[in-house]
Design a binder for this molecule. Sequence first.
Ligand SMILES: C[S@@+](CC[C@H](N)C(=O)[O-])C[C@H]1O[C@@H](n2cnc3c(N)ncnc32)[C@H](O)[C@@H]1O
Length: 274
Amino acid sequence: MTETTTTLPTDAAHRDKWIEAGRGWGARAQEWAYLFEPYALPANQLVFDQLGVGVGSRYLDVACGSGFAANIAHRRGASVSGLDASEDLIDIARARTPDGDFRVGDMFALPFDAGSFDVVTSFNGIWNRCDDALDQVRTALTDDGLLGLTYWGAHQRMGLMPYFITVIQHSPQSHQAATMELGETSNVMADMLSEAGFELLDQGTVEVVNEWPDVDTAVRAMAAAGPSVPAIDAVGYDNFCEALREVIAPMRDEGRNVGVRISSELGWVTARPT
Ligand SMILES: C[S@@+](CC[C@H](N)C(=O)[O-])C[C@H]1O[C@@H](n2cnc3c(N)ncnc32)[C@H](O)[C@@H]1O
């Protein structure tokens, strides 16, 4: 990480925060990468189609996790970069796409030169209260570049809601509000974009589906998601998994013998610098 364009103060408290986020998301990196992250495929493809990601695109994925989306962009011919707070997830991203430029770092201090990218995305990475990350993205994009974001959609179409409720029930109070705030992103996204100097181009929703062969695998996958970490720290891995098992078991489609299939809605937006 040599070049940097950040103008934000990288104070110790902030540094601790992104490092802690990275540790949480990386705690069970393989499970997250292989059992959870592929659920976003329909959203990845839709956003890449909207933004015309293909041969020649200089593409950055912010909060790229294990680089699942970046690998799809690579297969479409883009030259890909990714940034995530978790070193373990970045290791997987590098294994998935050896040609990519993947960096461990903070989305509030992007370590890329200004105007380096034609397309920047963040799939469920830039949320409510991440306004400063959008400022960083604006700097990293060319003036005629394009931005695509996804975030959780309407509560009533969130099949994963029992997971989030279980997280909230078992997390310390200090983390409960943070989990709830994620759900508010769709209400504030338009304002966040315009304040960061973006014009909204298009928006919509897309259905994503988590597919697992059985309840134990579903529980293992959900326990690997970052929001699970404070709950696991509070009540222990086994107790948290038991609580998840209770809410997930009834969701198994026993009649059709198709394992656990949980459908949720993501919101998406595309935008360009004003
Ligand atoms: C919900 S996951 C999304 C991962 C991936 N984009 C996907 O589609 O599944 C959120 C990701 O944001 C990363 N993250 C959290 N805070 C971050 C920060 N300040 N800077 C960079 N990455 C961060 C986490 O490590 C995690 O991989």
